[in-house]
Design a protein around this ligand. Sequence first.
Ligand code: NAI
Ligand code: 15L
Length: 275
Amino acid sequence: MTSAKTAPQPFNRLLLTGAAGGLGKVLRQSLRPYSKILRLSDISEMTPALDESEEVRVCDLADKQAVDHLVEGVDAILHFGGVSVERSFEEILGANICGVFHIYEAARRHNVKRVIFASSNHVIGFHKQDERLDAHSLRRPDSYYGLSKSYGEDVASFYFDRYGIETVSIRIGSSFSEPQNRRMMSTWLSFGDLTQLLECALYAPNVGHTVVYGVSDNKNVWWDNTFAAHLNYQPKDTSEIFRAQVEAQPMPAADDPSMVYQGGAFVASGPFGDE
Ligand code: NAI
Ligand code: 15L
């Protein structure tokens, strides 16, 4: 006989940053069971609150005082806001580097005990695709964007050691409705698996600072989540069902960054500001 999975006790109030973004819009729906009130925030306008279970707040992560106000009264933070692709360092600085610091300072001041940080595979993007990595592998950021996520992981580590604020840093692979190219056959994370991983990250006890790769049960995965086994994340989806449509695309050259490096095209972005 199989036992039905009991739904976890919802939090009183969760904060989701980046709520106007691609993943934010998905999570606005899928996180509803986990919180009586979901506070949704972004620098961009969002659709108004559906009902009393939502609070919608426009906030620039680069504004320390505004972030402090944003975090007041929440039980845990899912930090998805920020620049999500490679840009000049100056563009990354306010949103990602100052932004993540502001989130943790506000968490400290308002006694928030857990943060889920949307880190990225671009923290390790300069590793080659024939390497197998785990959470302890050397970081090799592939971009200013990847550097900002690497910094975010260090901020998370520091705030646990210094203040006991726990974090799960999720090095998300490629989370879209479907894999868009050959590289994403390895890096794809379905929205369903992302939601399951967030549930694990919110409710697992004693996570300290845990680094986990956010990836579905794909055939050729580069990342080993042994060191995050205590989260009990068990992906259900696989990119295999998209193989035929992805492989119908033209084959890139063997030395194309998308075929060589885990971070794909990010390794070849920039430089910026020379013109
Ligand atoms: P997205 O770019 O669609 O969403 C990011 C949101 O952050 C946007 O709505 C944007 O307005 C907001 N934002 C940017 N600067 C801000 C600021 N200064 N203050 C407040 N909000 C600001 O990106 P997506 O795909 O939804 O990703 C969400 C998070 O997950 C990002 O942190 C991204 O780095 C991370 N991630 C996503 C991956 C993916 O495959 N979708 C892969 C790895 C990491
Ligand atoms: C990321 O970190 C980006 O936010 C996302 O847009 C994709 O580029 C993803 O990585 C990826 O590597 O596919």
